[in-house]
Ligand binder design. Structure first.
Ligand code: NAD
Length: 265
């Protein structure tokens, strides 16, 4: 088994990384940045998101594992004092993993610019920087609504507790293979009307957002900010690829949600 470590720049994360490297050497486990089979992220959810984007071209060949050096994260299960147990667990239980859905994002342009394609682990949002965003929302190629407002957020089930939650989206159990469309400050009056509720879209369906004017858009994909001119439309569906986590600690999902948002036990 070859392992890569992705860490943030916090002092604690750098110390934990050194301890982890020493343990891997002791167990004669190879460290490889080019063709790892296991990616260990050391830091927080943001570090795991970075690790995902760095290795998302190898999703069928790699598993992820998160060590948190701050608060318990949604993608980071292991603590810094559990490193020995962690290394033993992935040596013994190589086949034990869990996978979650990802969001497939395609940006199409008004001119001959080639499409851009991304995978999101948490979400993708589309916002207009300094004016109201006007867009036609299609579900399975059928016009659903004409949106006006700050923007739209499209999230995965594991991303439902991130930005989606802040804009009033529902928290979705990650075993559900679906994605969620949530509004960001929609304009609703007698002239403009949208559904006004977050929508959970089935994995057999797709959503297209046709922008009614071409400029000043900010499209996000997890931590990535994409400023684009001449965007014609953005297309969302559940990706064929999934993210796989190794040696996953099966903490009850709703317990984790309670721990993060309501109170610790
Ligand atoms: P960051 O450093 O600003 O941290 C974002 C926070 O979101 C951290 O506390 C992190 O633990 C938490 N987070 C990330 N993924 C999560 C998840 N799936 N469930 C619950 N909490 C989660 O930003 P970053 O490290 O660059 O991470 C980017 C992510 O931050 C984006 O994908 C977006 O979901 C989230 N974000 C949220 C808001 C908001 O809620 N208003 C604003 C910006 C970004």
């Amino acid at each position: 088994m070859k392992v890569a470590i992705v860490h943030n720049n916090e002092q604690k994360s750098r110390r934990v990384t050194q301890q982890l490297l020493a343990l891997l050497e002791q167990k004669q486990i190879e460290v490889s940045e080019t063709d790892p089979e296991l990616i260990i992220s050391v830091g927080g959810d943001g570090t795991l998101l970075s690790a995902f984007h760095r290795f998302n071209h190898r999703l069928n060949d790699v598993k992820f594992l998160g060590v948190h050096t701050g608060h318990l994260g949604f993608y980071t299960d292991w603590r810094d004092y559990e490193l020995e147990e962690l290394v033993s667990s992935f040596l013994i239980e190589q086949e034990k993993s869990i996978s979650y859905p990802l969001l497939d994002v395609t940006i199409k342009f008004c001119d001959d610019v080639p499409d851009r394609h991304f995978l999101a682990l948490n979400e993708s949002t589309i916002k207009r920087s300094n004016r109201t965003m006007a867009a036609d929302v299609y579900i399975k190629d059928e016009l659903f609504e004409r949106f006006r407002g700050d923007g739209l957020s499209v999230s995965t089930p594991t991303g439902s507790t991130a930005y989606n939650k802040s804009v009033g989206g529902a928290v979705i159990h990650p075993s559900i293979n679906a994605f969620q469309l949530a509004e960001i400050a929609s304009l609703n009056n007698r002239v403009f009307r949208t559904l006004g509720s977050p929508m959970v879209i089935a994995d057999s369906e797709w959503v297209s957002i046709d922008l009614r004017e071409g400029s000043d858009y900010l499209i996000t994909v997890d931590q990535l900010n994409i400023y684009q001119e001449n965007v014609d439309s953005i297309h969302y569906r559940i990706a064929d690829e999934r993210i796989h986590f190794a040696s996953y600690k099966h903490m009850h999902f709703w317990h984790r949600v309670k721990d993060a948002f309501i109170s610790e036990d």
